[in-house]
Ligand binder design. Structure first.
Ligand SMILES: Cc1cc2nc3c(=O)[nH]c(=O)nc-3n(C[C@H](O)[C@H](O)[C@H](O)COP(=O)(O)O)c2cc1C
Length: 295
């Protein structure tokens, strides 16, 4: 047995050990709005339901361990005192992770990551239309558990209105867990799909990326790619340059795979999708742009 006082571990180790053992944690995908009307969307797995009458949800945007800064969601919840907690199904997991990018002030995360902002009925922040459940909330109280990096800020919410997507119900008006298809957070890169088990997703790097907005229309509108595939493409800070694509076109890797195609574009899409699921996203980008050029 390894036993520690919290103070005996470094901040990062403590964070990691806790998050790797206290899980799976449900995910609140929270939309808020600032005083200028800019909408913010971010995921929080320090989250649960604490009562159903009144319906009480709590989530915690913590102070960052690295620099003790606070998050937009905390600032907005303190100022406007309203939020919407959206629930994440597996088909939205890529966009949810993308929304954890620490985008600069003023970025509207709904359009950045290709989601539909559905107006709420009773609060100002919009709902994620694609989410299987959406809870419109008023912020009742915020409890700060400390002032140092890693400290929690418990945002205590009362739900004013609940929305459930029609297709998650069974014929006898129960909610089918297979249809909600929730995902939950574990430690590190680990998540779990409730009906299937563990999988991993990399966090976005840096403070910006091309988002869904930056993906060329012909890729976004393709019938091949899922929203989770597009989310991987969207994590890139910039599209491969013309030079990079040209270099890729003359590579043995590309030539070896495309010599007999003349180029059936659909095959190229399937192949690049395969590369995305293998985690080879740079190759996937080059492949799709190269195949497009060749057509
Ligand atoms: C699945 C997931 C769960 C997360 N849970 C939390 C959490 O519970 N508390 C927290 O402070 N940050 C959490 N984060 C990180 C925030 O989402 C991230 O810092 C985000 O950029 C905050 O956005 P904001 O500044 O727009 O509020 C989580 C990230 C992911 C991907």
């Amino acid at each position: 047995m390894r036993s520690y006082l919290p103070s005996e571990l470094s901040a990062h180790q403590r964070h990691d050990y806790l998050l790797s053992t206290i899980g799976p944690r449900p995910i609140a995908w929270v939309s808020t709005i600032n005083e200028d009307g800019i909408v913010n969307l971010a995921p929080f797995s320090f989250f649960n339901i604490f009562g159903s009458n009144p319906v009480t949800l709590i989530f915690s945007p913590a102070r960052r361990v690295k620099d003790n800064s606070t998050k937009h969601t905390l600032q907005n919840s303190g100022n406007i005192k309203e939020c919407v907690v959206n629930i994440v199904s597996y088909d939205l997991v890529g966009q949810m992770v993308l929304s954890s990018t620490e985008y600069p002030d003023g970025v509207d995360e709904f359009s950045k990551i290709g989601l539909t902002a559905e107006p709420s009925d009773l609060v100002k922040p919009p709902r994620v239309k694609e989410a299987p459940a959406q809870y419109e909330c008023v912020v009742k109280q915020i409890i700060h558990t400390g002032e140092e990096g890693g400290a929690g800020n418990l945002i205590i919410c009362e739900v004013l209105k609940m929305h459930f997507r029609e297709d998650i119900f069974t014929e006898d008006d129960k909610i089918d867990p297979l249809k909600v298809d929730t995902v939950a957070r574990m430690g590190g890169l680990w998540y779990t799909r409730a009906k299937e088990g563990l999988f991993q997703i990399h966090n976005p790097k840096g403070h910006n990326n091309i988002g869904f907005e930056g993906i060329p229309e012909f890729i976004r509108n393709s019938e091949i790619y899922t929203a989770n595939n597009l989310s991987e493409l969207a994590k890139y800070e910039a599209l491969p340059t013309v030079e990079e694509v040209n270099e890729f076109i003359v590579s043995d890797y590309f030539k070896g795979r495309t010599q007999h195609w003349h180029l059936k574009y659909k095959i190229a899409e399937n192949w690049s999708q395969h590369l995305i699921t293998e985690g080879k996203v740079k190759e996937a980008w080059c492949f799709i742009l190269a195949a497009m050029k060749d057509n």
